[in-house]
Design a protein around this ligand. Structure first.
Ligand SMILES: NC(=O)c1ccc[n+]([C@@H]2O[C@H](COP(=O)([O-])OP(=O)(O)OC[C@H]3O[C@@H](n4cnc5c(N)ncnc54)[C@H](O)[C@@H]3O)[C@@H](O)[C@H]2O)c1
Length: 552
């Protein structure tokens, strides 16, 4: 590549800011900049921590570490370097962080000031693209992604773990870190990865480098939850950790006690990394399974006059069952749709077993991934009952994110609803008070990565790139034939049916995916000439029949 071609390469932030990608000749100077800062941090007695991958988790974890103070002196004890590959997709995060701006958009009001404070005031956080900064590290925290790629919708068994980013990162680390540096893998990985993939990579590199000691490798997974308590869900939360050897275990425990609130949220130290890795996978498979379990009862309820929402609420009165959750149109989020897959894949491809022991964890993922398709059926049926067709009908989906009152759209059930209805010819519009851009649609050719969009499982998806999320509900409703309440955002809970029909301009089909409508609202919609359907809400038909009877 000549200089002119290279000059033309940019990385564009979601906000539209263009950052030129550094060129080969920039690397040496960048390392000098980092070395100078590290050398003054060392003089102040700070430990040097490199966080690999400044994405959703890494950027905030880096800030939490940079914000910690030495419990004895009260002074900052760590100098943190966020390190990110300078790819056109991700490089923008580096200059943004160096300006004191968060590269991740979070509802938590703690994120932005914390990053600003650490970068601009405390000067304990910087970011770089030059991975030679690893040579200066006392501790490395790995927060790169490790995805599970599915080949078919509703059959996760044909998928596989994408190990490349993690393996490349481990090689980069192994080739550079000092012998006594602690490397902590926080990435959610397939059980066995730390001991049987990452440790051998480090061992080989250390041998080549003539290092006689064992590398210090540890594992401790993240339980971060997007939303208003984002920072707290990393810092003030129970952690599990382990090390590949006794020294690594001792070091990781010490490190986590320094940076996290382990006094109030005790740390669990496991014997081996495969145990802490398995903890994460079982924890998330358990959650995915209990959510998937209600899918069949949801159908049962719809066909037998039962309101599953009331059933769940009645069960939740019992303290031992009070965490039962109605699953809505799918599960979503980054972790639950994939983590069981990491375990399924590891059993065969890392641990070498040929038999098939997984039944529940796998089917749970398949059920959760496809639950949204039923919402399309309900919408079709509600429209049909009003004498309308899905093809050509204007349908408004309210709620693009995967859970209430957050703007996180990753793998949301709503995406499946939109894609299926689009395939059936509906003309879709989207409203969400928390989401500015629905990148899974707007940038479906490249997001979450080329070839990874759920668009690959449906026909006629091309025009979805034109969808813009609206935030004015009355305007969005104008002229729609159907509205789908997909997520129980606060602002959707008490909407007056009369207003909805007024804004739509005529009676419309109303589909409730999350127990958003109460019985009075359902009645009111019927009175206004609308049709109503809902996931797990078999009693709607009864309300409709009662109203018909009352009329005649
Ligand atoms: N996001 C969540 O809600 C959540 C919750 C719990 C656990 N986790 C786990 O945390 C891990 C990270 O997830 P995330 O949401 O931060 O992902 P992410 O995609 O937002 O961030 C990963 C970052 O790593 C970078 N990266 C990839 N390869 C790299 C390399 N070789 N060197 C340097 N940087 C590299 C990517 O460019 C990206 O910025 C995953 O294992 C995930 O399962 C995430």
């Amino acid at each position: 590549m000549n200089k002119e071609q290279a000059m033309a390469e940019y990385s564009v932030s979601p906000g539209g800011e263009k950052y030129p990608i550094p060129m080969k000749e920039d690397y040496a100077q960048e390392l000098k900049r980092v070395e100078t800062l590290v050398s003054s941090a060392r003089k102040e007695g700070k430990e040097i921590v490199v966080v690999m991958g400044v994405g959703f988790v890494g950027a905030v974890m880096a800030a939490i570490i940079a914000d910690t103070v030495d419990k004895k002196t009260g002074k900052p004890g760590k100098f943190v370097i966020g390190c990110q590959r300078p790819s056109s997709r991700s490089y923008w995060k580096i200059p943004m962080l160096n300006e004191g701006l968060s590269p991740v958009k979070a509802e938590d009001p703690e994120v932005d000031p914390m990053i600003r404070r650490c970068v601009l005031e405390k000067k304990t956080l910087i970011a770089t693209y030059n991975s030679d900064c690893l040579k200066l590290a006392d501790c490395v925290v790995v927060d790169v992604q490790c995805d599970y790629s599915k080949k078919e919708l509703g059959n996760m068994r044909t998928g596989s773990v994408e190990m490349a980013a993690l393996e490349a990162t481990m090689k980069t680390i192994a080739d550079r870190v000092p012998a006594n540096c602690l490397t902590l893998i926080e990435t959610t990985v397939a059980p066995g990865t730390t001991e049987f993939i990452a440790w051998p990579i480090m061992k080989k590199a250390f041998e080549t480098r003539g290092i006689k000691t064992e590398s210090l490798l540890a594992h401790s997974f993240e339980r971060v939850m997007p939303g208003r308590n984002y920072v707290s869900s990393i810092r003030d939360f129970w952690r599990v950790c382990s090390g590949c050897n006794a020294e690594a275990r001792k070091r990781v425990e010490k490190f986590l006690r320094e940076v996290l609130n382990t006094e109030q949220f005790p740390l669990t130290v496991m014997d081996r990394p495969i145990e802490s890795e398995t903890t994460k996978i079982v924890e998330n498979s358990f959650r995915a399974t209990t959510l998937a379990f209600l899918d069949e009862w949801s159908i049962f309820a719809e066909r037998n006059g039962v309101d599953l929402i009331k059933v769940v609420n009645a069960i939740r009165m019992r303290p031992t069952h009070n965490n039962m959750i109605f699953p809505g149109p799918g599960i979503g989020g980054y972790c639950l749709p994939k983590d069981g897959g990491l375990g399924y894949w590891a059993y065969k491809h890392i641990l070498g077993f040929e038999d098939d022991i997984f039944k529940m964890s796998t089917i749970a993922i398949d059920i959760n991934d496809t639950r949204g398709l039923h919402v399309a059926e309900l919408t079709r049926d509600a429209l049909r009952n009003m004498g309308r067709q899905t093809a050509g009908a204007k349908v408004l989906l309210c709620g693009a994110s995967y859970r209430q009152d957050v703007g996180d759209t990753r793998y949301s059930g709503s995406e499946i609803v939109v894609r299926k209805l689009t395939e059936m010819g509906a003309d879709i519009a989207v409203h969400d008070p928390y989401v500015e851009h629905w990148y899974e649609l707007e940038q479906q050719d490249s997001y979450p990565a080329p070839g990874h969009s759920w668009s690959r499982f449906f026909r006629n998806q091309e025009d979805l790139v034109k969808i813009r999320v609206q935030n004015d509900l009355p305007a969005a409703l104008q002229g729609v034939a159907a509205v789908i309440f997909a997520v129980p955002h606060k602002s959707y809970l008490n909407l007056e049916p009369k207003k909805i029909v007024e804004w739509a301009g005529a009676p419309l089909a109303v589909v409730d995916c999350f127990g958003i409508l109460n019985d009075e609202q359902i009645q009111a919609y019927f009175k206004l000439g609308c049709e109503v359907k809902g996931l797990g809400r078999g009693h709607i038909q009864r309300i409709k029949d009662q109203m018909r009877k009352a009329k005649s």
